[in-house]
Design a protein around this ligand. Sequence first.
Ligand SMILES: C[S@@+](CC[C@H](N)C(=O)[O-])C[C@H]1O[C@@H](n2cnc3c(N)ncnc32)[C@H](O)[C@@H]1O
Length: 205
Amino acid sequence: MRTFQSPPVNEKLAGEIQIIKNWISLSDQPLYLEIGCGVGFHPIQFAKKNPQFRLLAFERTSEKYLKAKQRFIGNGSLENLLIVHGDASFFLAELFLKNTPAIKLAGIFVLYPNPYPKKSQSNLRLAHMPLTLVLDQILEAHGTLTLASNKIDYISEARKFIPAKTSLKILSSRQVETSANPRTHFEKKYLARGEECFELIFSKN
Ligand SMILES: C[S@@+](CC[C@H](N)C(=O)[O-])C[C@H]1O[C@@H](n2cnc3c(N)ncnc32)[C@H](O)[C@@H]1O
């Protein structure tokens, strides 16, 4: 896994980072992160069910972000949820590695990431992504990383390489039940088509 190169911070990004820092500083409730929240099903359900926690969710695709934002407003603009339009990798090092005192995350969700199945795309998959090293660093002790995918190869690769390259160990592994309430738009779509979905939860140390 290559080391993570933090992208340069321009004025626009610095402004967005400051807004997130201000939101983070409003409370000391345990903080969770979601990368690629799509149209917002999971972050809104999570924030409603867990008022004692906060969730910072990133979505880089404009159309999906706008749908997530509309859903967020439609659900009363939950105070414990911030949905940000942007690529999480542009923000995480600035928010969590360079901040003092360091803020650590209680948990991270990566639910149905783009599969990037080609060999040439391997460093875009969680098992080999340089960003995974940052995720490991910014999780608190016993913090969790939840990964879900409908691609068994993606899960198998993560199961093999993430514990080998980071301090994260497998806490649980399961197939998502078809009868369960889907957590995300993609989970709903895959389960409705009869596809198998899998979840791996890693824990730090
Ligand atoms: C297959 S979709 C799944 C969306 C949602 N989690 C769900 O299950 O419905 C993957 C999403 O992750 C977003 N994404 C991927 N990498 C990202 C990153 N580094 N930062 C923010 N969003 C990201 C993509 O834009 C895409 O919307």
